[in-house]
Design a protein around this ligand. Sequence first.
Ligand code: AMP
Length: 406
Amino acid sequence: MKVLVINSGSSSIKYQLLDMNTEEVLSKGLVERIGINGSRIVHRINGEKHILEEEIPDHEVGLKRVLELLTSEKYGVLKDLKEIDAVGHRVVHGGERFASSVKITDEVLKTIEALSFLAPLHNPANIMGIKSAMKLLPGVPQVGVFDTAFHQKMPAKAYLYAIPYEYYEKYKIRRYGFHGTSHRYVSKRAAEILGKPYNELKIITVHVGNGASVAAVNKGVSVDTSMGFTPLEGLVMGTRSGDIDPAIVEFLEKEEGLSAKEVVNILNKKSGVLGLTKGFSSDMRDIEDNAIEGDPVCRLAFDVYEYRIAKYIGAYAAAMNGVDAIVFTAGVGENSPIMREEIIENYLGYLGITIDKEANNIRGEEKIISTPDSKVVAMVVPTNEELMIARDTKEIIEKGLDELKL
Ligand code: AMP
């Protein structure tokens, strides 16, 4: 079975074609700058990268070109589009309606549209990808896999904000959490690597990339996570502040003569390590390099970043009344031995974890990085959201399901 995975953003489409009999990636790529000058497709097959610069006015044209490439003689891996058995879509917000991955029907599509008020930047972009795929691949089943779904089993004590309850009832203001597909993939994979049943383990997953969140996965269920109503809450990120005192919003409005919208924009786009380093960089590679060389501004930003992660790990060990494994993933988590070492050495000794410095000296591979006598295992598991989406899609289609419970 061949599955096309699509992650459609406001001006981009990420795609991956997988042979799900072997889970091999046949081709993948990215359509960039859709509707903007300088649009292009970065298309990969057989380890080769091809850059095609062309005008792509909208998502439908973008996806049409991807399908043409996938079936072309020069860049293709398929003889005919009929070889695509199903399409799996990443959808950011499933609200309270979607706690599972689902086959996309007209009713499901309408519900995703209705949930756009919770994710006004993301869901409309996801919908453009779904509609384009439905039009260009008629009759091919489509599946939606939601970033929020894995966190839908969080108990009310974890998802409710202590604000007037009517706002939850009226506007559904609550914590949803994001990166669910990644937290689900790496926690399951961690259990496999440890050779223990998923439903017996207490796992803390630390997904730190451009966006960043931590999740507490207790016996296979996400019982808490650091992102909330939006992806702004929780950890310090590249450009997002994470947790702050909400009274700062009004203070800045008054002192800087800004609107609430402008302040929130600053918290989303000009804060995090970018803000802490006075606009120097949002990329942790830059921050890390300069911190190591002794730059005090970058060192402090790195400290704030690590400290927040360590605090969440402590909080989630408490939330689950214990922890068996701590899993690092995503861009920074997979590629920064120093960040992992400093967090474990400076903050996690009380849990009985000792870092194995040699094992930790790796990037982007599955590895246990704590010593064998540690009471809690620390490990790196590279995330693979596309594979998780393709697996859900395959299962739904092969078993003829309307939805797949997570
Ligand atoms: P992601 O959003 O998961 O693709 O992660 C992207 C982020 O990973 C980048 O912004 C970098 O800050 C970070 N990153 C990638 N490689 C490294 C590295 N070698 N050391 C530290 N951070 C890295």
